[in-house]
Design a protein around this ligand. Structure first.
Ligand SMILES: Cc1ncc(COP(=O)(O)O)c(C=O)c1O
Length: 385
């Protein structure tokens, strides 16, 4: 079996499973905010995790606010940054390739609070056009409430050159939020060096238990609580902390930080795999081919062959991939990400996303190439559209 949907969600890392099994048998379950010793033990564990995580992501422990994951973090960041009373700053620069969790938050503020969304142009390789974004910032600087550009795209894996934009945002004091859900734990990222004001993480993308995550905020006092609860996380996020999720996140991120060298091997294996697929089918389209991408992500399309047909074929080889991002899997149309890259429908419908992790490599790519070859040979005889 090959799991090839790591951008959707990651299975538990073996080290995390091992930890969890022992952890459950420890019978240490209590309210981390209670004053009894069991609660305090768990609370100390949470603070140790905050410290461990801060070292991996390059921030101060106090800049981490634990929550339920990226969707919550994103909603919280919009809620915190946008000052609904300030009528002078009603514009948001946003990339059109943001995940639905970001796009729907932005659309909410557009529809309910009259914010204007200014979309950044995207090149055909799926990268934000930094020159044009700079022009947009210069033109609208006094009216900008925030800039919102993801660090890596979940569908194409394309890494966005946010480092080119951040200095200008800083110069004009414009809050910069980057959705780092696909980057942290998968690609080198250092919060302080990145210069962004806000970042988010979801535990299940890293090989930890689903249901936890965190915001990193340069200035945590700017976070306005979205979930009031009982004042947990220094009053910034109420609700009893998901301490098991947090513990597994700390382990998963530590493992990632010890294995970053494997990313290069994964990237090389992915590049060889893509070359092999191009030999098999020269008309195959690999999205963001020339761009810097997450080491294990390939988004490709065999023109004329439906992505879902390929996905089913792969599954018959015990390979689990998706046609696109999970949220748009049920929509047999070209995704918004691909549309903004100028991809026509006949290619957009053929999309299949293969996303692997640093614990995989050459072996998995060989099996993927073999299975794709067999799928293509079969399906190209009966083109679906
Ligand atoms: C880039 C990006 N942002 C945000 C999210 C939302 O994460 P979650 O569903 O864990 O809240 C995802 C999940 O697919 C994602 O890929």
């Amino acid at each position: 079996m090959i799991y090839a949907d790591y951008n959707g969600s990651s299975p538990l890392l073996p080290e995390v499973s091992e930890y969890l099994t022992k952890r459950i048998h420890s019978h240490l379950f209590a309210n981390p905010n209670a004053i009894h010793s069991m609660g305090q033990k768990i609370n100390m564990g949470i603070e140790k995790c905050r410290e461990m995580i801060s070292q991996v992501v390059g921030c101060h422990p106090d800049q981490i606010i634990f929550n339920s994951g990226s969707s919550e973090g994103i909603a919280n960041i919009f809620h915190s940054i946008l000052n609904l009373k300030d009528q002078t700053k009603k514009k948001i620069i946003i990339s059109p390739i943001e995940h639905a969790a970001v796009m729907n938050a932005a659309l909410y503020y557009k529809e309910e609070w009259a914010y204007e969304l200014i979309f950044t142009p995207i090149t055909e390789d799926g990268v934000i056009d930094t020159k044009k974004v700079e022009e947009l910032i210069l033109k609208n600087q006094t009216e900008l409430a925030m800039i919102c550009i993801m660090s890596a795209n979940n569908e194409s894996g394309v890494i966005q050159p946010i480092d080119k934009i951040v200095p200008l945002a800083q110069k004009f004091n414009i809050p910069f939020f980057s959705d780092t859900t696909q980057t942290i734990g998968k690609h080198a990222f250092h919060f302080e060096k990145s210069g962004v004001d806000y970042a988010v993480v979801s535990s299940h993308k890293l090989g930890a238990l689903v249901g936890a995550g965190f915001i990193i905020a340069k200035n945590p006092v700017t976070i306005k609580s979205l979930v009031f609860g009982g004042g947990q996380e220094r009053g910034l996020r109420g609700g009893t902390q998901n301490y098991l999720g947090i513990e597994t996140m700390a382990i998963a991120l530590k493992i990632f930080s010890e294995r970053t060298s494997q990313l290069l091997q994964l990237k090389l294996a992915r590049e060889n795999f893509e070359q092999e697929i191009k030999k098999l089918c020269p008309e195959v389209v690999i999205f963001g081919e020339k761009a810097d991408r997450l080491a294990g992500t390939t988004l490709l399309s065999f023109p004329g062959i439906h992505g879902q047909a390929v996905q089913i074929e792969l599954e018959s080889h015990d390979i689990f991939a998706t046609t696109s991002a999970a949220c748009s899997d049920n929509q047999p149309e070209t995704s918004k990400v691909l549309l903004s890259m100028g991809v026509p429908d006949d290619i957009g419908r053929g999309v299949i996303r293969l996303s692997l992790s640093f614990s995989q490599g050459q072996k998995e790519y060989s099996s993927l190439a073999h299975a794709l070859k067999s799928a293509y040979t079969k399906l190209s005889k009966i083109k679906s559209y």
